[in-house]
Design a protein. Sequence first.
Length: 404
Amino acid sequence: MMVTMERTVVEATTVETTTVGWLAAATRREIIINSLLDLQAIVEHALAGITIADRETGEIIYANHEAAEILGLSRDDVRMAAGTLVELIYLNGDPFPISETAVMKARRSGQRERATFGVKYPDGSVRWVSSKAEPRILPDGTAVIVANLMGITDEIKGQQEQLEAQRERLELAELQQNAIDNLSHEIRTPLNLIMGYADLLLHGTVPDDRIAHTLGIIHREAKAVEWMAETLLWLGKLESGSELAFEPLDLTAVVRYRADAISLLAEREQVALIIAGELPACRVSGHETLLSLAIGNLVGNAIKFTKYSETRQVTVSLEVGEGEATVSVTDTGIGIKPEHLSLIFEKFRQLDGGSTRKFRGTGIGLHFVKLVAQAHGGRVEVESEFGKGSTFRLVLPLEVPPSA
């Protein structure tokens, strides 16, 4: 360490801030290594693979011989294994993020965590590893994460895959049940209003000057039920791969119609629904009902998640670019956390239980929008800042380029 300390003094004259951080990290490593000396005889010859990481930084400070054997790396390379030397993968072959390793999860939770992953080498071979990690305090008071590694055979991997598949099936079943419960609520609410106001009309208890208003409510709630039924019907057709009849259509008219149709919902929720500027002329080849439902789902979602915010505003816009048309729906609602962005288009997926109870919904709307976009050779995009709002974009190929 004397050589390292001398190097630090020289570098301090030019890169003071960097050196302070480097010195602090180096000092922590030295402290942890010194603390391990008394335990080394036990840990080094343990039958299980053991690594020890600095809880503050997550850096692997020590790996015993068995850990290096399990990972198929030299001991010096173990701490680089999740970075440049190898790739970590899930059981299904997808990339396994460093943040999901047992060590990193234990750093966040402060509790024992588990993870199973594959170590994929440059030659394509894979070793499967099961790991457990938990926070520990060394005798000198230093906080570390101790991980236990175990190599698993193909047979055990198969069992792990079966357990993972079973867990996913149970999770899907729970999501489906929640969706059914929420759908039942979504349908009952407008039906109760329809039946209630219809009873008032039948018994003649509605004043003459309120009859038109009452009929307007019945019509609006009936349209809401119709909208849900149509979405479910077309969702089944999209998922089954049914052939769709596309035709040239005026996307501008579809956007304007859907915004007008949903304006009553915005008015009821006291949300300002704004059409941004003069909508440009735009034609696409598509299915009018599907596009209308998709745009309606985006606008309806925006209203739902904006009605409790301070600035209750939803803006709908249409832009025509190079070969593409983009319908954007921007709200000033609750926004979406970054870690949820990859989940929101999954079928039946709700962001969390609290959000589901407060905002309801079936968890199929955004999934439906994604399928509609894909059926048209387009895509759906999202940008969001948690606590400030979101923008969803439905991007579709043009039937005729704007210059034509």
